[in-house]
Design a protein around this ligand. Sequence first.
Ligand code: ATP
Length: 497
Amino acid sequence: MNINAENKLASYIDALRPIIYINHFDFCIVDNLLKRVGDNVSFIEYNNALGAIDFATKSPQMECDLEQFLKLNMDEGFDQPTFIILKDVHNELKRPEIIALLKRISEDNLYKEDYSATIFIVSTTVIIPTELENYITVFDIPLPTEKEINEIIRNFINDINIEVEQDILDEIAVSFKGLNEFQINQILNLAYQNGGYIDKKDKYLILKEKEQFIKKAGMLEIVNFKESIDDIGGLEILKDWLTRKANVFQNLDKAIKFGVDVPKGIMIVGMPGCGKSLTAKATASLFEIPLVRLDVGRLLGKYVGESENNMRKALKLSESISPCVLWIDELEKAFAGVGSEGGDVTTRLFGQFLTWMQEKENTVFIVATANDISKIPPEFLRKGRFDELFFVDLPNAEERRKIIEIHLKKRKKWNKSIDSIALIQKTEGFNGADLEAVVKEAIEDAFIDGKDKITTESLLETIKNTKSISSTMKDKIDKIKETIKKMDIKKASQSKE
Ligand code: ATP
């Protein structure tokens, strides 16, 4: 079973953490875990629905509210090591009486000799009253390792008495990575009911089910897209870099066995409308993995600890669909206020995210995109966080030619008589989005005017009437240029005009 979880929890108890908040929905899994770490310990349990109950048999012992339950047990004292298990009591944690009682037990546990009581709060909703912040440790049951997943599958097939070959078992185990024991058993059941056996094709079922979990949780958004690397004009250095890394993601199992460190991710900063979002999509397409978007603003909650809990869940979710690309758009806005007065929650979320990034050994590839690098907390830019940091500038002449060509071809309006040189001369300072807009407008005009061909003249006419980003957002563009000059960032494309 989950040795990982057992060791981690035992270390918290040994370190006298007075209140351990177990963030889990499956009481059965939690009970088993507590039994394994609680050798020679008395268990007392309170359940929000039933009052005091017998931990071993689960039969109700006494109808009472949480306050009475805690007081009664405190009166008897805790001279024997005791686990106080409180289930689904999150709503009670707003009451001052309950807070005071929990604080009292916590302090006695820390400072009194011959007193040993660890409180476990088990719930899927994490509510941390400010008064108890220093006493509470939130504990997420770590997800099963590949070996443990193998064991869960083996137990399942033994129980229903079917034969599954070892190599099929290994492959399915890899796909199950990131899911918890409950979810794995649920999917195995579904797979078995579908055909009366378990085989390699069930990998697709697992992926589909994983997507369902993501949708239900509502913390991440699965992005559907059609774009590929060929839809990006220019950015050759960035594209080459990604194409090399794609080799790893397309052959992940082999690469890991060979000893390759799984790439962590990239940060792309730079001018607006120059293909940053496009690159996030093209990465997922090139790596042949799903694209999920993390919107930090959506994670913010009203209660203490709620936002952190949401962030934890979102990151865990991304692991559960991994390998995947986790896209954080407008990073500077996502973590705005970090380190500032009043920015406590974002600072904590940011710290949480960095730790996760630092420690992550999963196959989630992060693509973070941002315009204004000066607003990004410097910790993000430190070496080792991302595999690479790229600067996307306004497209140079050759890139502008390619972007125009891509958008004309996409709409089946490219023809060899179009004079690229004339177009690139008149589009200096245009970004990709401006160029796309020019193409769209020229096509629309041609349709309205009853012409069937796009000509250099019609494109030049539209260009003349288009205000480029360099004129409409001059200050912003200059500021980005200034900031970038001072930093050592890899350019996404060769500089040539
Ligand atoms: P923002 O910072 O404003 O979010 P962005 O850099 O993420 O901008 P994208 O959303 O990738 O910009 O691009 C906007 C539009 O411009 C896209 O629809 C895309 O078609 C076009 N575009 C931008 N850059 C390129 C490019 N290098 N090649 C082809 N099309 C591009």
